[in-house]
Ligand binder design. Structure first.
Ligand code: PLP
Length: 377
């Protein structure tokens, strides 16, 4: 049986041709296509400096380094995210401090941030889960009041906006991911939007061995950098994808609307109906509490109906590594409840409205049979 995946990238023929062009050009690593891609991204970010890397994880780490976050510092974030959000805090030697989520938006509850701030707090990493933007007004009011740097984990929020202003075109440091599951891709890749050319220079060093090239053909190495530069092959994909981003997001929005129609009557908690700001990176529902412990079983049944779904995400603080770290964690009951019940339904631009109906009817049948039969479905 054909399985409907929960996401699938959409690469047009023009993009494929431009990748072939790069392969034929003789220049595969960081070069003209990366520069062109950075310029195009910067244009969307209102002219702010943008630099690309081979992952958003690298861009997040470099953002923390640029913000001067180091050992002994605390960084406030959410536990309902991809582990990369928090792993990079550990990578730079700092301590993640998790704040519980708002159960409706499923985003960090900014009203709870103040209570988590200590004299060691240096930064906050909000996450626009599913492409639904964190309240930027509240966020930057808090950041200003407590002199915190903000590293926006907007990995999922390409093309989303806050009150009409595109994410990335304002604020402090903003990270986007171009992983194949995101709304636009480079195969693998990511970028950081910064405030100054000086920060951009620092990013360039961090992503390539800490070097600065000199006019006489030599170079200097003055800080310890890594190896996270993007290839021109990837940048060519990104340039093609960026052209389609608004189209993709419009299509996602239409499909999300269809989900709201098709899922009415099912015992699910639906996401906020945001058709203005979100880029609908994911359509996530919460299962009824009774089915939370049987989510794995439900996922298997859906697969038998030809539908693949995802879990985004298990709570970070409940993974083995974070348990072992014994961070002094305040209780996160809402995060734990949502993490146990959340399910990502298929949503990608090439989906048809029939697919939405298929998902909704399979979900309805599976939930009904599981509720009726206890363990059998
Ligand atoms: C995808 C993602 C990342 C990491 O992106 P990569 O490009 O895979 O490194 C980080 N944070 C969030 C919220 C993500 O969804």
């Amino acid at each position: 049986m054909d399985i409907l995946p929960f996401t699938k990238p959409d690469i047009d023929e023009e993009t494929i041709a431009s990748v072939i062009g790069v392969l034929r050009s003789g220049w595969l690593t960081t070069g003209p296509k990366c520069h062109e891609f950075e310029s195009a991204l910067s244009l969307r970010a209102g002219g702010r400096p943008v630099r690309v890397a081979n992952s958003a994880t690298a861009a997040l780490e470099f953002a923390l380094r640029i913000a001067g976050i180091k050992s002994g510092d605390e960084v406030i974030t959410t536990s309902l995210s991809w582990v990369a959000t928090s792993n990079v805090i550990l990578t730079v030697g700092a301590t993640p401090v998790f704040v519980d989520i708002d159960p409706v938006t499923r985003l960090i509850d900014l009203n709870k941030v103040e209570a988590a701030i200590t004299e060691r707090t240096r930064a906050i990493i909000p996450v626009d889960l599913a492409g639904f933007p964190v309240d930027r007004d509240l966020l930057y009011t808090l950041a200003q009041r407590y002199e915190l740097r903000v590293v926006e984990d907007a990995a999922q929020a390409q093309g989303a906006n806050w009150k009409g202003r595109e994410i990335g075109s304002f604020g402090d440091l903003v990270v986007f991911s171009f992983h194949p599951n995101k709304n636009m891709t480079t195969g693998e890749g990511g970028c950081l939007v910064m405030n100054t050319e000086q920060e951009a220079r620092q990013f360039e060093k961090l992503r390539l061995q800490g070097i600065t090239r000199c006019a006489d053909g030599t170079y200097d190495c003055d800080i310890l950098g890594g190896k996270a530069n993007l290839t021109d092959i990837a940048a060519a994909i990104g340039l093609g994808q960026l052209k389609s981003l608004d189209c993709f997001n419009l299509r996602r929005r239409e499909l999300a609307r269809q989900y709201f129609v098709q899922l009415t009557g099912l015992p699910l908690e639906l996401p906020p109906k945001d058709f203005a700001q979100s880029n609908w990176h994911m359509f996530q529902v919460l299962l009824p509490n009774e089915l939370a412990e049987r989510r794995g079983e439900l996922i298997k049944h859906l697969r038998d109906h030809g539908i693949a779904v995802g879990v985004h995400y298990p709570a970070i603080h409940q993974t083995s590594l974070y348990r072992k770290l014994r961070l002094s964690i305040t209780p996160l009951p809402r995060t734990e409840n949502v993490a146990a019940r959340i399910l990502t339904l298929p949503l990608f631009p090439a989906m048809h409205e029939d697919d939405i109906r298929r998902v909704a009817s399979a979900l309805g049948r599976v939930i009904e049979s599981m509720c009726l039969n206890g363990t059998e479905a």
